[in-house]
Design a protein around this ligand. Structure first.
Ligand code: TZP
Ligand code: MG
Length: 207
């Protein structure tokens, strides 16, 4: 069973990826994605070791974005692959079968492809516009989630689908009503003044 709240690391004015992860862990997140863009694998690897040590200290699970070899090297719990990353079966050859793999989707076809590829979870988004991700796919909104999740249900698939993109705690109840399993969030957590309160609110909404 995968968790229902994934925190996605990001950098912002003076806050490093590791700072953002430390803050999220302290606030109660137990599922972390290290998402570093445009850096050589050696740089990502060093930060990933630090992130993995931190996650172990908090008994949290670490997902590495994009870099299958880094996920393998730090013995991460999982790997997340975007639509333009390597196919999931190729990544599994690198990580081995103990690593869970999540894949991004924007359309129902993407979700079905992810299922065919053997994804352990699918990240469906963006829910709304977000400055956190560049080259954002078309925004789905609640209506997009409703129709895609309904079609998925009619086809009889039960893969956990995680909503992503500009999500706030207030969005969670209506997102869950569409059949979504959990959420991945970055900005709303990173910017919250009282992260502990926010995480506990989110966890209550998700359980
Ligand atoms: N993929 C689609 S939207 C997004 C990613 C990685 C960013 C999520 O971050 P935020 O700040 O919660 O919108
Ligand atoms: Mg990617």
């Amino acid at each position: 069973m995968i968790d229902k709240l994934q925190f996605i690391s990001s950098e912002s004015s003076g806050i490093t990826h590791i700072d953002s992860i430390q803050n999220a862990l302290e606030a109660g997140c137990r599922w972390i994605q290290l998402r570093i863009k445009n850096q050589p694998a050696e740089v990502v690897l060093q930060i990933a070791y630090e992130a993995q040590n931190l996650c172990k200290r908090y008994q949290a699970k670490l997902i590495i974005n994009d870099y299958a070899s880094v996920a393998k090297a730090v013995n991460a719990y999982g790997l997340h692959l975007g639509l333009s990353d390597m196919p999931i079966p190729a990544a599994r050859k690198i990580t081995g079968s103990n690593t869970i793999i999540g894949g991004t989707a924007n359309t129902l076809d993407d979700i079905l492809n992810r299922i065919k590829e053997g994804a352990d979870y699918v990240g469906l988004g963006p829910f709304r516009f977000t400055p956190t991700k560049q080259n954002l796919s078309p925004v789905l909104g609640l209506e997009g989630y409703k129709s895609q999740m309904e079609m998925l249900r009619q086809l009889g698939y039960a893969v956990p689908v995680i909503a992503i993109g500009g999500i706030t705690a207030e969005d969670i109840p209506e997102i869950l009503e569409t059949g979504i399993y959990g959420v991945a969030m970055s900005g709303a957590i990173q910017l919250a003044e009282n992260k502990k309160d926010l995480i506990s609110t989110i966890n209550n909404l998700l359980c």
